[in-house]
Ligand binder design. Structure first.
Ligand SMILES: *[C@@H]1O[C@H](CO)[C@@H](O)[C@H](O)[C@H]1NC(C)=O
Length: 186
């Protein structure tokens, strides 16, 4: 009786000890980014794709390094460029293909990307400029839906010529959504 009680106590001790030993490392990695470090870094860390966010904002010479609203605008403009390029690419593929099913899928995707490029992203950019972050967030969700719809169109089919581009778009849009959410809650 006694020895088994003692035995469980020592296991408990070991657990407590290992927790104490592990704590300092978690704490020190936690405390890193909260001083006056780069605001771009701080913001990108709150998005799901830090590297993507940081490379876009750091590589753009126009990106304001101290203004989250400006950063959101740079992201949306970047998505706009990317989406425009993808739309051109889709139209190129439509011209080249003789596969009827593929053509239908591509047509569907063109119809998803056209409103994203022409209306949704420009509206998101306007809304951000005007400080209407709730509406900006709504537009970004809309862009997400369009890209997802295009991507789904290829699920189960043998060719998915847009999957890389849709994937990048989804990530970019996720990053923009996270930054706008920060503005909304800020
Ligand atoms: C789209 O975004 C990806 C990732 O940032 C980038 O590698 C690619 O060059 C972009 N394309 C255009 C046309 O902006």
């Amino acid at each position: 009786m006694r020895s088994s009680l003692f035995g469980s106590f020592s296991i408990l001790h070991i657990l407590i000890l290992s927790c104490i030993l592990l704590t300092p490392t978690t704490l020190s990695s936690d405390g890193d980014g909260d001083d006056d470090g780069d605001l771009v870094d701080q913001i990108c860390r709150k998005t799901p794709f830090y590297d993507l966010c940081s490379s876009i904002l750091h590589s753009n010479p126009l990106a304001p390094k101290s203004d989250p609203k400006g950063m959101a605008l740079i992201m949306v403009n970047n998505i706009q460029e990317n989406a425009t390029d993808t739309l051109c690419y889709i139209e190129e593929l439509i011209k080249q293909t003789s596969d009827e099913q593929l053509e239908q899928q591509l047509d569907f995707c063109a119809e998803s990307y056209i409103p994203v490029v022409k209306y949704i992203l420009p509206q998101a950019a306007d809304a951000i400029s005007q400080g209407r972050f709730g509406f900006a967030s709504y537009c970004i969700v809309d862009a997400q839906k369009e890209v997802n719809a295009c991507d789904k169109k290829f699920s189960g089919s043998s060719q998915a010529p847009l999957s890389d581009r849709n994937d990048i778009m989804q990530k970019l849009v996720d990053v923009a959504a996270a930054i706008v959410k920060l503005l909304l809650n800020g």
